[in-house]
Write a protein that binds this ligand. Structure first.
Ligand code: TYM
Length: 337
């Protein structure tokens, strides 16, 4: 007898622009894994509220991201695509999990420390509790596997700790999830400061490639990418972080090994190499952009996807909230009738 496919849950915050880092570290793996697993892919819109948002822009951006998920190859018939805010179970479970989370655990989160430095005027309780909401996102879907980039590893560890703690006191409530962090491309670096992660909320647009950047812009960004001293192209993440980041990108975009690329581009200067990286990225993104524009224009289609997704996601998530609330001793509403 074959066992049923395992569940996957992952999401992207609908802030800033969807960037090449998100695609390489997460989305491209979702596309690859969708045939093998039962997948829930989420627009993490509630997470964006930890930073002040322009409401109109946020709403449009959620539709942009949804259309991009589909344009990148996520099949809405095979997977559940949904907005986190359409499934009340996320905040319902997050509250219960907050009561199992120690302040010290949240204080240790490096993303909280980074973000509170960057948004010093708005260090709100949401920013602090963010990893608990993320744990709820994952545990609601009985996810066995969570495909994410390297920067989410610590959040995944907290999720596992919380799930293990709850199970210890209350029986088998949660599936303990494993992170899936890809062996290559799990941490794409900024084009301007290659020792820093490429980030969709970076104030410097030159530091990232947005999936919707035009070909001209992409080429310019790569030509201006900060590289290292010397002129030889070879991989050395410590001595040559800029060139090594570009080699990683080119290797993923062209499906070639780093050593083959070193051989091809070692001499000939940085200029030729940077142009080759830009062209490979453009070749990869142009078909995605074409599909995106068609999908984004079809407002009715996107609305239907969200409705369908909210319903399917809620069916699954509600059962887990009930399981948890019941185990904690809250009166089940179903027992009242
Ligand atoms: P977010 O929105 O910052 O990033 C979305 C995904 O992209 C990956 N990523 C990268 N991968 C490689 N190189 C980079 N430079 C890079 N930048 C981002 C991230 O690791 C992530 O996988 N808290 C999450 C969103 C979230 C979530 C969840 C994820 C909310 N609930 C539940 C998984 C499961 C976040 O802010 O990711």
């Amino acid at each position: 007898m074959t066992s049923p496919p395992k569940n996957i849950l992952s999401g992207i915050q609908t802030s800033g622009h969807l960037i090449l880092g998100n695609y390489i570290g997460a989305l491209s793996h979702w596309v690859r894994m969708q045939d093998e697993y039962n997948c829930y892919f989420m627009l993490a819109d509630l997470h964006t509220l930890t930073v002040t948002q322009d409401p109109k822009a946020l709403r449009e951006r959620c539709y942009d991201f949804l259309a991009l998920y589909v344009a990148c190859g996520i099949d809405p018939e095979k997977n559940v695509l949904f907005a986190q805010s359409h499934v009340p179970a996320h905040t319902q479970l997050a509250w219960a999990l907050c009561c199992f989370t120690q302040l010290g655990e949240l204080n240790r989160m490096t993303q909280f420390k980074d973000k509170s430095q960057r948004h010093a005027a708005n260090i709100n309780a949401g920013l602090f509790n963010y990893p608990v909401l993320m744990a709820a996102d994952i545990l609601l879907y009985d996810a066995h596997l969570v495909p994410v980039g390297e920067d989410q590893r610590q959040h995944l560890e907290l999720t596992r700790d919380l799930a293990t703690r709850v199970n210890h006191y209350h029986g088998d409530i949660f599936v303990i999830p494993e992170p899936y962090i890809p062996p290559s491309g799990a941490r794409i670096m900024s084009l301007q400061e290659p020792t820093k992660k490429m980030s969709k909320s970076d104030a410097n647009e030159q530091s990232y490639i947005a999936l919707l950047d035009t070909s001209d812009v992409i080429l310019k960004k790569f030509k201006r990418a900060v590289t290292d001293s010397g002129s030889e192209v070879y991989y050395d993440a410590v001595e040559k972080p800029g060139i090594s980041n570009l080699l990683t990108l080119l290797s993923i975009m062209t499906n070639s090994s780093i050593s083959a690329l070193e051989e091809e581009y070692r001499t000939g200067g940085y200029g030729r190499f940077k142009t080759a990286v830009g062209e490979a990225v453009i070749e990869h993104l142009v078909p995605i952009q074409q599909r995106y524009h068609e999908i984004r224009e079809d407002a009715g289609y996107l609305t239907r996807l969200l409705q369908q997704g909210a319903q399917k996601a809620s069916e699954q998530a509600d059962t887990v909230v009930k399981r948890m609330y019941n185990a904690l001793g809250l009166i089940p509403q179903s027992s009242l009738s």
